[in-house]
Design a protein. Sequence first.
Length: 283
Amino acid sequence: MPSSAPLRLLVSCPDRPGIIAAVARFLHERGANIVRSDQHTSDPQGGTFFLRMEFVLPDERRDLLEAFGLTVAAPYRMTWRIIDSHDRKRIAVLASRADHCLVDLLWRQRRGELAAEITMVASNHPDLRSTVEWFGVPFHHVPTPAAGRAAAEAELADLLEGRCDVAVLARYMQILSGAFLDKIGVPVINIHHSFLPSFPGAAPYQRARARGVKLIGATAHYVTAELDEGPIIEQDVVRASHRDDATALARLGADVERTVLARAVRWHCEDRLLQHDNTVLVF
């Protein structure tokens, strides 16, 4: 009998005819049932082909998947992964004082809306300890004094290394270095408001109101060594009114930030994201 937990196949390779047929034939010959398939090409003439496929396979046949590399992947020059959807990803959340994104993720995990486990929360302030521990999640306070930022970042990297599959910056108000990203060696997802680059720095909502901004938005993206230049995963906006003061604008911003971040994290944990150059494909 097929396993109840689907396997996910992620593929990118030079586009050419026959890719889907080769994958489907390989799976059919091993008794697999394809339950979802999505594909995209950057250019039908010499572009890059992307495939995300979910299938169920009898448990006793799962060891034969190693043959996929030789039989299909190598001839088509594929970069590929097969992931068992039963394996939940480990999330480390970094936060500062704002709690809206953090609490939303903790709540969604408790309700079973994330195919993942939040294994820890680390913060440069102690304010959120009681909230995090109420959810039964370990909390780590790693302060970042102005004179000791490098040491604090090294301590944080030691805490995360080998203990998470993805890190999420839930309004973590610290800039992470390229050395930190290299050391932890996992994808990092960040969320920020849509006022960048127009209103950088402090008090963006006050300055946005003074300019009569009509849209409040948020962007979730993968973190790279270049500040806020990583590939975008998800964005959304809500409308604002001249009746909204800075507090109301901030509340609208917090709402859209938490929903955009939650979607980005959920899609990552469901292996729906494939990166192409500096863009992210969402399947």
